[in-house]
Design a protein around this ligand. Structure first.
Ligand code: FO1
Length: 320
């Protein structure tokens, strides 16, 4: 690290990724963090364009996230949802009163021809965020979850059915026609990136969609910056969300080794450092056989200090 110009590129889904992004933003000079965010969870609901992972990043980095609930804004009120319920409208996906302003504004800007890339950058600036939040692409990519006998749009699987159906696979509709975020690709070409950090997000539905936008994982692999990936599985459990349940249903060992194999098989040569929790230290030798450096540290982020400590560890590792 060292240079004030050195940027860090993080890849993130929602909650788990946003925690590390917050730690990185705290540790880096303002404006030096770039986060490339999954948009496979995006969907249209009640006529509005919802970008859940982008909004989790926006609300977390601006200090407004409801961290207990895991999504939406702190101190939210629900008058619109209550009124919608009285009208017997759809309320399974809950949009808070202030959160609604984000979706209304975004939907209106997109309808006027603005791009998701520009709309997101403007939202971040207006929320006072110095870091750069980059949707993985501007085109619509929609994650479909294949479950025994039926295919579910992501939010129906995740929110309406509470991740209960057993999964058999995933598809990212529209991905073949997607073009990677040009700002991120420009950053990678310009060689100002000193580290690429894959946050501890869900491999299947948060990080895979980003890496599978045509050209993205190859550009990351070809970058001179070291790529560090933090395992989202710690001691056989996902710290947040359905990753562990999905792995079990796909008959993948629910361990950091299972995660490492997933990435090393699909994206050969991508990972330089695979970062695991101290509780998984015994897996280090088996992971190293896959051809990556293994680093062991406390990866569990409960407090703000935990997030900053992990960020410092990763930045030091990238500079070593
Ligand atoms: N998650 C829920 O579990 N229930 C909700 O009602 C819900 C509403 C919601 C509204 C806006 C938004 O940006 C996100 C919202 N989420 C909700 C979270 C979201 O569906 C998931 O956390 C992500 O898609 C998974 O990363």
């Amino acid at each position: 690290m060292g240079s004030a110009d050195a940027s860090v590129l993080a890849l993130s889904g929602g909650v788990g990724g946003a925690k590390l992004a917050l730690g990185l933003a705290d540790e880096l000079p303002p404006g030096n963090l770039h986060v490339m965010v999954n948009t496979g969870d995006d969907f249209r609901h009640l006529g509005l364009h919802i970008s859940p992972d982008i909004d989790t990043l926006l609300y977390t980095l601006s200090g407004n996230a409801n961290t207990t609930q895991g999504w939406g804004l702190e101190g939210e009120t629900w008058n619109a949802m209550d009124a919608l319920q009285r009208l017997e409208g759809e309320t399974w996906f809950r949009l808070g009163d202030r959160d609604l302003a984000t979706h209304l504004w975004r939907t209106d800007r997109l309808a006027q021809g603005d791009s998701l890339l520009h709309v997101t950058a403007t939202l971040a600036r207006r929320l006072g965020i110095a870091s750069h939040i980059h949707p993985m692409c501007g085109e619509a990519v929609r994650t479909t979850v294949h479950c025994a006998g039926r295919d579910l749009p992501f939010q129906q699987y995740f929110v309406k059915e509470q991740c209960a159906p057993a999964v058999t696979g995933f598809d990212f509709e529209g991905i073949a026609a997607a073009r990677p975020n040009e700002n991120v690709m420009g950053l990678l070409r310009g060689e100002a990136v000193s580290a690429i950090i894959v946050c501890p997000s869900n491999p299947y539905v948060s990080i895979d969609p980003i890496l599978q936008v045509p050209g993205v994982w190859q550009a990351l692999r070809n970058s001179r910056a070291p790529l560090l990936l933090v395992s989202p599985i710690v001691a056989g459990l996902a710290l947040k969300g359905p990753a562990a349940k999905m792995m079990a249903e796909l008959a993948v060992p629910v361990t950091a080794l299972g995660v490492a194999r997933h990435y090393c098989e699909r994206y050969p040569g991508l990972i330089d450092y695979f970062v695991i929790d101290e509780s998984d230290a015994t897996l280090a030798a088996d992971i190293a056989v896959l051809g990556v450096e293994v680093a062991v540290t406390d990866t569990v982020m409960k407090s703000r200090e935990d997030k900053q400590r992990l960020a410092r560890f990763l930045l030091a590792l990238a500079g070593s």
